[in-house]
Design a protein around this ligand. Structure first.
Ligand SMILES: Nc1ncnc2c1ncn2[C@@H]1O[C@H](COP(=O)(O)OP(=O)(O)OP(=O)(O)O)[C@@H](O)[C@H]1O
Ligand SMILES: CC(C)(CO)[C@@H](O)C(=O)[O-]
Ligand code: BAL
Length: 295
């Protein structure tokens, strides 16, 4: 299982320059380009952890300059309480990003991203039609719209996204191909706690008891993936048993637990081609998602 390093704030790194307008972002990136440098983009909603920093490290290994973005995008939240509870820790985030080798942070206010009169939505069909798309109405329109804007604002060579949000990653890949956005999309494997829990900004909303239960999500996915990878089993039955295992472990409800084609996320009855197991489940008011490959 992937591992996690501790998140330390480095006191060595110089403060990270922060820009808040598209104009200032473009001026900085033009400077990088004039020096012949390549540029990576790492979009985030802040409240950073080692998962985000892994994106930054990969970005730094691939490009000369790493530009992170921090914007808690209201358009992708389907529940007002989720938006309200979303942690906001910009000063610490900037320190962590500097320590991870980032060169610039774009942290715009909402009016810069969605000025008065904003009227355009980017909507990706197909890959968004189930799972997160079904349980969070409007979520992927919000993600697709803001990611299109961020990619066009920065025009990086490569943008980095985590596999933890696997359906989001596949949606962005589809969107970039469909709209001929000239940016390469790189997926980064999920960074986990030592007990397997996928790092997520929302983990900090868990109570101590919920935190004890939470690793059962990853454990159940890995157990099911192992059973499915051998072939010759009834996937429907195994998935039903997985849902029951999550409830037995203490999850309050399971939104979905699905076996999907790993590229376009269509349902699979057997893991007979590259496949992915994806799940979302609730612990109290906190909704956790996770996914693993079936190899
Ligand atoms: N554990 C992780 N491993 C790798 N990448 C991650 C991980 N968690 C988040 N990311 C990636 O970081 C980027 C920013 O994600 P985001 O700011 O939404 O953080 P988050 O922890 O996923 O928050 P939340 O789960 O509460 O939405 C996304 O591309 C996301 O997939
Ligand atoms: C990609 C993203 C930054 C767009 O708001 C967000 O969905 C996220 O953090 O995964
Ligand atoms: N990490 C994906 C962003 C969201 O949950 O809204």
């Amino acid at each position: 299982m992937p591992w996690r390093a501790e998140t330390n704030v480095s006191s060595e790194a110089a403060p990270l320059p922060i820009v808040r307008t598209v104009g200032a972002l473009r001026t900085r990136i033009r400077g990088f380009r004039q020096a012949g440098e390549t540029v990576a983009l790492v979009p985030t909603m802040g409240a950073l952890h080692e998962g985000h920093l892994e994106l930054a490290h990969r970005a730094g290994a691939a490009c000369d300059r790493v530009v992170a973005t921090l914007f808690v995008n209201p358009k992708q939240f389907d529940r007002p309480d989720d938006l309200e509870r979303y942690p906001r820790t910009e000063a610490r985030d900037a320190e962590l990003l500097a320590g991870a080798g980032c060169h610039l942070l774009f942290a715009p206010p909402a009016e810069e991203v969605y000025p008065d009169g904003f009227a355009t939505t980017v909507s990706v069909a197909g890959v968004t039609g189930s799972m997160e798309g079904a349980h969070r109405p409007g979520h992927f329109d919000g993600v697709a719209t803001v990611v299109t804007k961020l990619l066009l604002q920065g025009l990086p060579d490569i943008a980095f996204f985590g596999e933890k949000d696997y359906q989001q990653l596949q949606t962005i890949r589809r969107m970039v191909r469909d709209l001929d956005i000239p940016v390469a999309i790189e997926g980064v494997p999920t960074v986990r706690e030592a007990d397997g829990l996928a790092l997520s900004s929302r983990n900090r909303n868990l109570t101590a008891e919920q935190r004890r239960i939470a690793p059962a999500l990853a454990k159940t996915l890995y157990d099911i993936a192992a059973r499915l990878s051998g072939g010759g089993v009834d996937a429907g039955l195994v998935l039903d048993e997985g849902r029951e295992a999550l409830l037995r472990a203490g999850f309050d409800s399971v939104d979905y637990l699905e076996l999907r084609d790993s590229a376009n996320l269509t349902p699979l009855a057997q893991a007979d081609r590259p496949a992915r197991l994806l799940a979302a489940a609730w612990l109290g008011h906190t909704r956790l998602i996770d996914n693993v490959p079936v190899e």
